[in-house]
Ligand binder design. Sequence first.
Ligand code: F6P
Length: 334
Amino acid sequence: MQLKQELTSKINKIGVLTSGGDSPGMNAAVRAVVRSAEFHKIDSFGIYKGYEGLISDDIKKLNARSVKNIVNKGGTILKSARCHEFRTKEGRVKAKQTLDKYEIDSLVIIGGNGSLEGGKVFEEEHGIKVVGIPGTIDNDLAGTRCSLGYDTALNTAVEAIDKIRDTAISHNRLFFIEVMGKGSGHIALNAGIGAGAEEVLIPQKNMDLDRLLKSLKHSEKSGKSSSIIVVSEGKKIGDNVFKFSSYIEKNFPHYETRVSILGHIQRGGSPSCFDRVLASRMGVFAVDCLLENKSKIMTGIIGDKIVAVPIDEALKGGQDIDDDLVRVCDIISI
Ligand code: F6P
């Protein structure tokens, strides 16, 4: 009772949007936000195509039934985009005008670091209350042990690498497999361990050609006839993986080498149970935060507890790569 009275006095209407690269679990998070808002008797609005929809007034009122049957769906029913106009002051003024039209005073932004940065600036300039939910497969935000979609992406990557291993063994080939991560090696390291890769190359640690050469010589001596090397993507898709494969082709001409880029399949598909539960918890928590007048924060998970992390902290860069995990990877791939 106490909570409801406090809430209605603090926030008026909530807008929810998904922005940047989509990630499995975004729909489950949208569903949780909308249903939680309705539970607390607050109107919620879906903003389409991320910040683009704020600027172009692409907004629809939602209710508990508009988000039915989506908890299991990949992608995002709200669509997503990387909006260049929102990076400008003028774009953000237009966005504020749209929100004023609907009397929306709070936003839940589901997206990665670029999207949360945009939300932070928007709150600072226009006083809109912003709570972020980390929605990215890259797992590159600080203050949370994982972001939404990361677990599903890992499972997708492992399943794909398992299949490539079958053909690698049949043909005695050396496969370089690129996974996503945009400068963050979390998918590469974990999927590499999960799929039993011989080598995992991640930007934070070991992208060293000579080291790779040594390791392959060692594998050859120890009798390996096929190998899987998982490479984290660089600034552009294909950059790193082709650099490594060409170097090895030159130095090991007797190896039959192939490159496989997993790419966007890692962003699609039905979310894992873990991501659905995480999305539901974070969505409800995001609305709780707004009701308690907390903003410019991102929802995170530390241990098994959902926490509020200042967006500034979250943007300080991804979590460090766990050295123990790197050690495990080195030991079990001999
Ligand atoms: O940030 C998520 C991500 O999937 C990165 O891993 C990848 O580098 C990038 O997005 C790809 O973006 P786009 O969908 O624009 O090709």
